[in-house]
Ligand binder design. Structure first.
Ligand code: FES
Ligand SMILES: [Fe+2]
Length: 351
């Protein structure tokens, strides 16, 4: 094999300095999937969460507008909100600075007596929030291109695949923590070379053969598509004839299985060089009943546990210290090569 098929240096999967650079160069300017509009059902709804590592609060204000605000008090930096619920305003628990649902500073004890400065600029920092149907994305960088640019033709592909995103119903959020670098988790997602070896349930459902399993990279969108396996059509009957598994760089994962209308989406969140947290929000269409979804979830959970074992053993292997890098299969792992090039380019931009 040629030098071009080497993996990233193994040090990239364990060094804190690399992760710090990735946070700054890759995750800070990215769009992050943060949840869905159903989590903010009425005026006054709020939800404290994160965009990557940045604490944010999502609100539905009195005018019914969804907003994302930095969840950091402008006084001395305490987190303002916890959990989720309904509020008329957002009050910091430290010294009771109180903000409107639009983020404006409404009042602060003793402020006018001690400081005659302008309070307008002391509101909670507004962040960019954009949506695709009910799916909410937040970006903390004013410079990043709009969400539509990241999504590219993904909405069209999902629609063409038989899934009406606007009509989906939220069913469940799954959360997990993996003892592996976020790139190992992403890279495992980006190839199905391992599927016949490790995922007996999955390969009974979909055709993972080299001829049938399509890999396609377009800028930040890395996509895999495949048909139902011959003989399994009856089980996966429905509006969706093909599986779609997408990664939006750096870490938004979107899955569609064949069968009834379904979609799951969620982020990879690096928490330490060898720890990644993730969640997946599952949605289904009207054609999918609870029994069908339960079967889908059982399959996806099984695949997830099989993948957990893989990524955690890769993490233990790449930190042995005796090997500098591994090898990529030029065809079957070309999405990994594309992903690694995106990582390397972003890090090189750090000078
Ligand atoms: S830190 Fe929030 S009111 Fe003081
Ligand atoms: Fe897998």
């Amino acid at each position: 094999m040629t030098a071009g098929t080497r993996t990233l240096p193994y040090a990239y999967y364990s060094e804190p300095a690399i992760l710090a650079e990735e946070q700054r160069r890759i995750f800070a300017p990215a769009w992050h999937y943060v949840g869905h509009a159903g989590e903010l059902p009425s005026r006054g709804s709020f939800k404290a969460t994160h965009a990557g590592t940045v604490p944010i609060v999502l609100v539905r204000d009195e005018q019914d507008t969804l907003r994302a605000l930095l969840n950091v008090c402008r006084h001395r930096g305490a987190l303002v909100c916890d959990g989720a619920g309904t509020k008329r305003n957002l009050q910091c628990p430290y010294h009771a600075w109180t903000y409107g649902l639009d983020g404006r500073l409404l009042r602060a004890p003793r402020l006018s007596a001690e400081d005659d400065g302008d309070t307008v600029e002391l509101g909670l920092l507004p962040l960019r929030l954009e949506r695709w149907g009910a799916l909410l994305f937040v970006c903390t960088s004013p410079q990043a291109p709009p969400l539509a640019e990241l999504l590219g033709d993904l909405p069209a592909r999902v629609a063409a695949g038989g899934v009406d995103v606007d009509a989906l119903r939220f069913v469940k959020r799954s959360t997990s923590t993996l003892e592996a670098n976020w790139k190992i988790v992403a890279e495992n997602f980006l190839e199905c070379y391992h599927c016949p070896v490790v995922h007996p349930g999955l390969i009974r459902a979909i055709d993972v053969s080299e001829e049938a399993y399509q890999l396609e990279a377009q800028g930040p969108r890395l996509s895999q598509e495949c048909p139902v396996r011959a003989g399994a059509e009856a089980t996966f009957e429905g509006a969706v004839s093909r599986g779609q598994f997408h990664l939006l760089f750096p870490g938004t994962i979107l899955n569609i299985y064949p069968g009834r209308q379904n979609l799951s989406i969620g982020p990879l969140l690096p928490r330490a060089p060898a720890r990644t947290e993730r969640f997946l929000d599952y949605f289904v269409g009207e054609d999918a009943d609870d029994a069908w979804f339960a079967e889908l979830l059982a399959l996806d959970d099984q695949v997830g546990e099989e993948d957990r074992a893989l990524v955690e053993r890769v993490q233990r292997g790449v930190t042995s210290g005796l090997l500098d890098a591994g090898r990529l299969m030029p065809r079957s792992e070309r999405l990994i090569a594309h992903f690694q090039a995106l990582v390397a380019r972003a890090l090189a931009g750090s000078g």
